[in-house]
Ligand binder design. Structure first.
Ligand SMILES: Cc1ncc(C[n+]2csc(CCOP(=O)(O)OP(=O)(O)O)c2C)c(N)n1
Ligand SMILES: [Mg+2]
Length: 368
């Protein structure tokens, strides 16, 4: 969707059909989050309405999407009742994972226009009535909105930090992320309103992607605010590129979501390995020796370096970063290590088992 620059065409088709729209991790921003038909991101950490809309649909029109395992969950149980129209420019993608009832190979920008006119010719003034489907999905939206529990250890909540970065920087900013919990929160809690505002490594999932991606974006679009939302682990893979940024005057902003751990791996150890945390503690955060101390490190590279440990410091630090354009800015947000990414579909099961929060699945908590 993003590469084909066909967001406008998508919107026309979506509004003609009135169908619910979901945007995969890679496509965040292809369809505005504020649009009433947008149910959010599907997949392992998608919203409950987006996950269940796909799972229970009778028709899925997949536009340049790959049906990767993070979206389908257990592929053989994915969307059992759906017919699939699969449009992709690469014929190798068609029916690779999910059989395409209607395979279409082509450039989305052209195919979307054709689909729209075919739809209009077929239905005329008689739009299909999907009121019942929408009332079910709206019910899910009301019951399972994106949210997060406050932390219990007095440390910052990462979701709050990321929400504030999005709110204060606005939809014209560009957000690049590393790989891990912070990446999922950045996909969930920043509101994307336009294409080319979200960069992340959603294929290989390479830690270290955030800073170089932000750097490239800032060179390409110097007038836009560019954030790298990075993890304390990821940042340690490519932070030496701050030298390139300072020497070449590329004033990116880096928000380290410093949970002092390889948080995504730690979350799996908590949930699926009885809390046996092994080799996920990075000693970069609260109560540790801070190896390295990110503020000293960023300062050594010639960046403006800020540490934020209290809720009432969040906004001022973000505003100072937004006002600083003569050098890169690095903010070390010291957040709780215990925050987890929700909702979640555990690995290897059907998406029908999406859990809204720990031990809280939409299908199973009804009797409580
Ligand atoms: C190069 C590389 N090594 C390992 C992984 C596996 N992995 C995925 S997320 C993650 C933890 C990332 O930690 P951090 O950057 O601190 O992000 P957090 O999950 O804490 O937000 C790891 C090790 C990976 N995706 N890429
Ligand atoms: Mg981390």
């Amino acid at each position: 969707m993003i590469r084909s620059r066909s967001s406008d065409e998508l919107r026309v088709l979506a509004e003609a059909t009135g169908a619910p729209v979901v945007t995969t991790l890679m496509a965040r921003g292809a369809f505005p989050d504020s649009h009433p038909q947008n149910l959010g991101m599907p997949g392992m950490h998608g919203t409950v309405p987006a996950v269940l809309a796909l799972q229970e649909a009778d028709l899925i029109v997949a536009l340049g999407a790959r049906f990767d395992d993070r979206v389908t969950g257990k592929a053989s149980l994915f969307a059992p009742g759906a017919k699939v129209v699969h449009v992709d420019i690469d014929p190798a993608e068609i029916s690779k994972i999910r059989f395409a009832d209607v395979p279409i190979v082509g450039d989305l920008k052209e195919v979307l226009v054709d689909l729209d006119s075919a739809f209009r010719q077929t239905v005329g003034d008689q739009k299909p009535d999907i009121t019942e489907w929408w009332s079910y999905l709206d019910g899910l939206r009301d019951e399972f909105p994106l949210g997060y529990a406050p932390t219990t250890d007095g440390l910052l909540s990462p979701q709050q930090v990321i929400s504030r970065i999005g709110e204060l920087s606005g939809p014209e900013a560009i957000y690049a992320a590393g790989v891990g919990q912070h990446q999922m929160w950045a996909a969930q809690f920043i509101k994307y309103e336009r294409p080319n505002s979200w960069l992340n490594s959603g294929g290989a999932g390479t830690m270290g992607y955030g800073v170089p991606a932000a750097m490239g974006a800032k060179v390409a679009e110097p007038d836009r605010v560019v954030w790298a939302i990075d993890g304390d682990g990821c940042f340690q893979m490519t932070n030496q590129e701050l030298a390139t940024c300072v020497i070449n005057e590329i004033p990116i902003k880096v928000a380290i979501i410093n949970n002092s751990s390889l948080g995504m791996v730690r979350q799996w150890q908590t949930l699926f390995f009885d809390g046996r945390h092994s080799n996920t503690d990075l000693n970069t955060g609260h109560g540790t020796a801070r190896i390295p101390d990110f503020v000293k490190l960023a300062d050594a590279y010639g960046c403006l370096a800020i540490r934020v440990e209290r809720e009432d410091e969040i906004d001022a630090a973000i505003k100072l970063a937004l006002e600083t354009n003569d050098r890169p800015v690095v903010i070390d947000f010291v957040v709780s290590a215990d925050a987890m990414v929700w909702p979640m579909v555990p690995q290897g099961v059907s998406n029908s088992f999406v859990q809204y929060a720990r031990d809280h699945a939409p299908e199973f908590d009804k009797e409580d």
